[in-house]
Design a protein around this ligand. Structure first.
Ligand code: NAD
Length: 359
């Protein structure tokens, strides 16, 4: 009998509940097929939590997440809360939940499905075989450093400071090496060591820990070069690890290789196996409640959860294969359809993927 895994489910706002409902169907189907056992508990978060509980991140939600093995999140936010004061904004809840759960890395896979190569702005032959993952440090660097302004003889000056300590670098670099070990065993560490002191420390740490992962082929890539190589030879990358701001920029660039935001999953990880899994897209208020949203990003987030937190590679493979099979058979939601008149809805796409999951 498989161990029961606890999953906190946060549907959120806008299209969040619609795409999460399809992901839950996938969870149920993998239980039936593979014998895994999941216990899901729903929690309020974001705009809906502001409306019902007066805060974007109620303590009760945090408790449910902290007791769980993993969190599945839809999306939060929307115009209704855009003009609220900072503490009553859904995005404030996002920062709060990451901090409270100790999530220090963000993983974004970028996989180009062969049948969607034409949806990208890059040439199909450049994209062929692209399957990479960007591991971004999430809690340090220039976004969290001291910020201030001061008067100088040349007028006002603004200062942002960037700091990293050895522990912060080491924990994410080790995580990236371990992820690479489970994939094609290639790691690109991205820095700007020719200019930045934080990057020189970053590179020293990478060089220090690398001998513990002799099966992983390591390259150091300067961030500006990496931005170019992602467009020139994306299929040569396997795992890319980098600091917060470089990762922010490179993960968006890598995301665009795939063509549609409705296809992109992500994970935020802390120490151990705990993780929060969510689509990269937001709550898409423009299409909410109309059965138009693409649920694939959220469904692929479940596959990522199976792989990264539970070690259920068989079920993760089966979900990814099912998504591929449904796309290869020509089924598309509006965001990825060439002929929009033939597009199918959120629930139809979810049902087709569920039906295509095979052991
Ligand atoms: P968005 O990702 O919600 O939407 C951008 C565009 O992509 C829209 O045209 C939308 O219709 C489309 N889109 C997004 N997901 C789709 C899907 N699954 N299927 C089909 N089309 C899809 O970004 P936005 O419009 O900038 O933000 C809307 C709201 O979402 C804002 O309140 C923002 O703060 C919030 N947001 C939340 C998160 C999160 O919860 N992690 C992330 C980003 C934005």
């Amino acid at each position: 009998m498989a161990e029961v895994k606890k999953i906190a489910v946060i549907a959120g706002d806008g299209i969040g509940p619609e795409v999460v409902a399809e992901a839950e169907k996938v969870l149920k189907r993998t239980e039936e097929l593979f014998g895994y056992k999941f216990q899901t508990e729903h929690a309020l978060f974001g705009g809906i939590a502001i409306d019902e509980k007066g805060t974007p991140l109620p303590q009760e939600t945090l408790d449910i997440c902290q007791k769980a093995d993993a969190v599945l999140l839809g999306a939060v936010g929307g115009p209704k809360w855009d003009n609220n004061p900072k503490e009553l904004r859904p995005e404030t809840g996002l920062l709060g939940i990451r901090k409270a759960l100790g999530l220090f890395s963000n993983l974004r896979p970028a996989v180009v499905f062969d049948c969607l190569k034409d949806a990208s702005t890059l040439k199909a032959e450049v994209l062929e075989g692209t399957d990479l993952i960007v591991v971004r440090e999430l809690t340090g660097g220039i976004y969290f450093g001291e910020k201030f302004r001061r008067e100088t003889e040349n007028g006002q000056e603004a200062v942002d400071t960037c700091a990293y300590n050895v522990n912060e670098v080491e924990r994410i670099v080790r995580q990236a090496f371990e992820i690479a070990q489970k994939r094609r065993k290639k790691l690109a560490s991205v820095d700007k060591a020719n200019v930045l002191e934080t990057s020189r420390l970053w590179r020293e740490v990478v060089i220090k820990v690398a001998p513990e992962y002799p099966d992983v082929e390591l390259e150091h890539v300067l961030v500006d070069n990496c931005a170019m190589q992602l467009l020139r030879r994306p299929s040569s990358f396997d795992v890319i690890v980098t600091e917060n701001m470089f990762g922010d920029i490179l993960s968006d660039e890598a995301a665009m290789l795939t063509g549609s935001i409705g296809m992109l999953s992500s994970a935020s990880l802390g120490e151990g196996s705990f993780g929060l899994y969510e689509p990269v897209h937001g709550s898409a208020p423009d299409i909410a409640g109309q059965n138009l949203a693409n649920p694939i990003a959220t469904i692929l987030s479940v596959a990522l959860m199976f792989r990264m937190t539970f070690g259920y590679a068989d079920a993760a493979d089966a979900i990814e294969r099912a998504v591929s099979d449904v796309l290869n058979a020509g089924h598309r939601t509006g965001d990825i359809a060439v002929d929009k008149s033939k597009a199918i809805g959120t629930t139809e796409m979810g049902d087709m993927i569920v039906a295509a999951i095979k052991k």
